[in-house]
Design a protein around this ligand. Sequence first.
Ligand code: DAH
Length: 344
Amino acid sequence: MENILEELKNDLNEIKKEHDLNEIKTKYLGKKGRITELSSQIKDLPNEEKKTFGANLNKLKTEATNLLETKKEEIETEILNKKLEEESIDISLPSTKIPMGAPNIVEKIVEEVEELLMSMGYDVVDGPEIEKDEYNFEMLNLPKGHPARDAQDTFYIEGEELLLRSQTSPVQVRTMLEGKGEKPIRMICPGKTYRRDDDDATHSHQFMQIEGLLIDKNVSLSDLKGTFDVIAKHLFGEDCKTRFRPSYYPFTEPSVETDISCHSCKGKGCNICKNTGWITVSGAGMVHPNVLKNCGYDPKEWQGFAFGFGAERLAMLKYGIDDLRAFYMTDIRETKNFDRKEAE
Ligand code: DAH
């Protein structure tokens, strides 16, 4: 037994890997292992020796198992230390800087307006970008040949009936048709619009509008003024002043253009506001009785107001950007800059 223990110690001294350890375990403690085999000799021993032999054998088994276990731990620690050494990190090295994106600021403006108007009970709705001429123009009181169509140089898709919407106003029509002349409506629709404009600092063949529509009973122009005032102050600060100027849109009567006081010069006059102290940010008005009728609402009973903001224009004013194309360049440095400006 003593010899076997010595041999086992020698074997263990020579190995390095866990794999070899298993072999040794089998060699000594396996079914036909050296130590296991000793048990079969018990039956041949004289009775008085059996007890001591058995006790010694058990001791040997325990010692062998302990030795194997200790060796196993040794090998595992060694492997772990080696791994730690190999994978050690030099924490004094400067880190690689991962460029961060920032939210697109047109999207940010849209979200700000959405959040505000939702808190005032408006629904945010969607409409198709490929639209019928009927909804984009005709039902909005712009029959074929109407001169006001020229202002929205339109991309037609199929003949004269299908087009890329030139404004988000057709969503007004769609929403009113759903209301079936019975339901009051409060909705906004932010969305892409398209016109055959050459791209420059202030024009783009694709841009974003935020349409708004409210239909109810006893609605007046002053409700529109109040709503516009809330939106303007929310976006440009409490000291932002608002005004309406008479204008013309076929789908509203009366129609207005809505101005905010120039937040850059606080109304004193600068090149952003062309020295007027005011900046136009949307078209708006009271929904034209013809439009109400076309969409199934009785103008004797129902009134409404509507407005349409240019989202990029709002973003340009808020963040002091002078070129519309910046929004579509997808240059990460631009958005980073805008973010910084806001933080300031
Ligand atoms: N759709 C108009 C445009 O694209 C903007 C507009 C004006 C929308 C008056 C409205 C409105 O809802 O009432 O020029």
